[in-house]
Design a binder for this molecule. Structure first.
Ligand code: NIG
Ligand code: FE
Length: 424
């Protein structure tokens, strides 16, 4: 018998999402499942997965969990979040209900800049504590790997402060974190009305400090990439400014991604693809031509339907058309205090199934294997495969389709992170 730390057996389904590459088209419609499956874990990694009858009697485990009546799936990967921030924007939530739009509030100095003021004012320790609380909730709802952006500091000191918070979270929290520099998120008050001057500051002053920081960080040490992101939009950064920021980041060794086509089509998708971006995110107003371009590339389309839901919008990114065209489609919460105060990947999957016509299998692939590839983690997590990190969810129900079907609650019974059973 082979020794193991943990043996999960007799699950009604083991949904693996296994794939050596991001899933597209028809491949997104299947999750690859074993009826009556088992998984063995050793040293934080998956050492076996298969039908229960094939694995039974082969492992001598320190701990065995009987998963009868339950199903297993990979831990979710939340590929786009703004988890670190000070303050809240409940007042803007109410303003929007009364009729103000997100862009109007932003143009009047509210929105992202409102959160920048609060984030600058609170201490590093407070930011760690508040963000760790949010991560606790995200983890309980199944997210085991989370991308986190800066973008509420918007000067050298406060962007570095946010990065130190992100690093601290990676140390203290069970979730694995992937960092993104989003200096070009909004034009800060000191540069009001002069996006051009602030763009030069992002490239000339903030980025060099950020890349220095990354170079000597634990992230670089462990081969975790750092991304550079831009909010390409009216009242934020135009196409040319976005290009210069991304090109400077790429030249410094960061990988590109972009907030694009959220409200207005600026031509940013073609530019991002030309630069070889890892992902293009939002895509609410992307037209047919843009969808075809994404489908013909290796760049992931990261859709964020909790934003549309929270902004009370009737229109959503056309995820159905993107999947049918063969694009690599992923889902994420976009957790942030303005457009998406939502820690729940299951809620995002539920919205995607209803408003973007994802099937449960497509939503699960988009939230696991494809999301992992979208943030450069497809080789280490995002599926239940031998050799990968043991990031596994025991679901309350024996049928994984309950994740988006029975919405508004928590479908996760137990989270296993790096082989550790977190909520026994
Ligand atoms: O992805 N669109 C730009 N950035 C965020 C919102 C951040 C905020 O409102 O604080 C987004 O929606
Ligand atoms: Fe965002």
């Amino acid at each position: 018998m082979t020794p193991a730390d943990l043996y999960l057996h007799n699950a009604e389904q083991v949904v693996t999402c296994a794939s050596g590459a991001p899933r597209r088209g028809q491949d997104m419609a299947s999750v690859q499942e074993f009826e009556h499956g088992s998984v063995a874990v050793r040293d934080g990694r998956i050492v076996a997965v298969g039908p229960s009858h094939a694995l039974e009697g082969k492992f001598k485990a320190d701990r065995t969990i009987d998963c009868r009546g339950r199903s297993l799936c990979p831990g979710f990967v939340d590929a786009h979040t703004h988890t670190v921030f000070g303050g809240d924007r409940a007042a803007e939530f109410e303003m929007r209900i009364r009729g103000a739009s997100y862009l109007e509030i932003m143009a009047e100095g509210g929105g992202i800049v409102n959160t920048v003021k609060h984030t600058r004012a609170v201490s590093e320790d407070e930011l760690v504590t508040s963000a760790a609380g949010r991560l606790d909730e995200m983890l309980a709802l199944g997210a085991t790997t989370v991308e986190i952006k800066t973008g509420y500091g918007l000067n050298v000191d406060d962007e570095l402060k946010m990065l130190r918070v992100i690093d601290a979270l990676d140390r203290v929290h069970p979730c694995d974190i992937v960092p993104t520099f989003l200096g070009a998120h909004a034009v800060p008050p000191e540069f009001e009305g002069d996006a051009e001057a602030y763009t030069r500051s992002v490239i000339g002053e903030i980025l060099p400090e950020v890349t220095d920081w990354y170079g000597s960080s634990r992230f670089a040490d462990r081969g975790v990439p750092m991304f550079i992101d831009v909010f390409c939009e009216d009242h934020a950064f135009d196409l040319d400014q976005s290009r210069r920021v991304l090109e400077a980041g790429i030249a410094s060794g960061l990988r590109a991604k972009m907030h694009v086509d959220q409200f207005n089509d600026s031509g940013g998708v073609a530019m991002a693809l030309e630069l070889g971006a890892s992902s293009v995110d939002h895509l609410d107003v992307t037209d047919r031509e843009g969808i075809e371009m994404i489908a013909g590339s290796d760049t992931a389309a990261v859709l964020l339907p909790a934003v549309n839901f929270n902004l009370g919008m009737a229109e959503f990114a056309d995820g159905r058309a993107m999947m049918d065209a063969g694009a690599v489609v992923a889902l994420a919460t976009d957790l942030n205090p303005g457009s998406a105060p939502c820690p729940s990947m299951p809620a995002v999957m539920a919205i995607a199934c209803r408003y973007q016509r994802f099937t449960p299998a497509e939503a699960l692939n988009a939230s696991t294997i494809n999301a992992a590839f979208a943030i450069g983690q497809g080789d280490v997590t995002g599926s239940i495969e031998v050799g990968k990190r043991a990031d596994i969810l025991i679901l309350k129900e024996g049928d994984y389709r309950h994740i988006p079907y029975f919405f508004g609650g928590n479908p996760v019974l137990t989270v296993i992170k790096n082989g550790q059973v977190l909520n026994p």
